[in-house]
Design a protein around this ligand. Sequence first.
Ligand code: HEC
Ligand code: HEC
Length: 304
Amino acid sequence: MLTDYLELNNYWHWFVIIFVFLNIFACWWLLRWSSKTTVESHDNTTGHIWDEDLQELNNPLPRWWLILFHMTIVFGLAYLFFYPGLGNYKGSLDWTQENQLEELMQAKAVKAESLQAFWNDMDIETLASNASALETGTRMYAQYCAMCHGSDAKGAKGYPNLTDKVWLWGSDLKAIEHTIRKGRQAVMQPWKDQYTQTEITALATYVQYLNGRAPEDELVSQGKELFSKTCVACHGMDGKGLQALGAPDLTNDVWLYGNDLATIEHTIREGRNGVMPAQETLMSEYELKVLTAYIYHLQQEAEK
Ligand code: HEC
Ligand code: HEC
């Protein structure tokens, strides 16, 4: 073991002990020696004179200072008696860094457990307004979710913003809980085999028209025609989407992948399959609860 290796052999063990005691003795001796007055003249001067009239006095060290110094020596000796410091001597208290760490970790675990038990009795709505649960939720979010949804939870291309009012899979607590626990898998199949490039452009232009990005024209009505045959199944007649399928509302100006014509065409041509990974196998029930409360809190804040 490493500690065995570090253990001082007999010679160094005694060397350290003797050296430490010699040092302490030297301090004490220095104190005694310097507090003796060695007055050579009767007027309390040492006899040294500088610049013709500057004389060196020989005043004893102040009493309070001497007492403090003696106390330091006593403290040092007591410390060396209680704690390790003299060679291999372990100290009468048997204190070690390992023991102290162990005790601290145990105290922390007990604290965390009681906090968890306390939170376990609360429902998610209550947790979502509990400051310390939200603080833990924030930290968990940074650890588990920030790499995809961003450290500010505002998302990125392909990763939804969790701080706005627009939800792909639903904004109520049940939906959010399900999303986090079981994950979500969006399915929008590719359409390149069904539609020609012109048709895809017409569809994309119609999508732009739906949210006021394109004027109504020939292309748009062609797109509308095609849309009403296939796309409606998921995005609905009015293009407002379907949360049960995670199909986004195409009439608002919130985009998962982008709103320029080329990106929309790409979405239609190649399809999209966003995956929100299930979290229930990755964390404990209590962590799921706290994290869900945190996301629910974000949703509540967005509604304000
Ligand atoms: C089977 C259901 C389904 C059908 C049919 C479908 N979509 Fe989708 N669509 C989805 C889903 C689900 C998403 C979200 C994909 C994701 O989250 O990765 C989506 C995403 C989109 C997006 C991206 C929106 C954004 O915010 O970036 C566009 C644009 C779109 N669909 C247009 C269409 C058009 C046009 C059609 C018809 C050709 C169509 N969809 C047919 C399910 C469908
Ligand atoms: C590997 C990347 C990834 C990680 C990690 C991830 N997510 Fe997601 N999440 C996604 C994607 C992608 C979607 C969108 C799925 C889709 O296209 O429909 C999503 C969707 C969601 C939604 C639904 C949003 C809506 O509009 O309905 C919620 C809520 C959510 N994530 C929460 C979380 C939380 C909480 C965590 C941390 C435990 C997390 N996510 C971790 C990728 C991720």
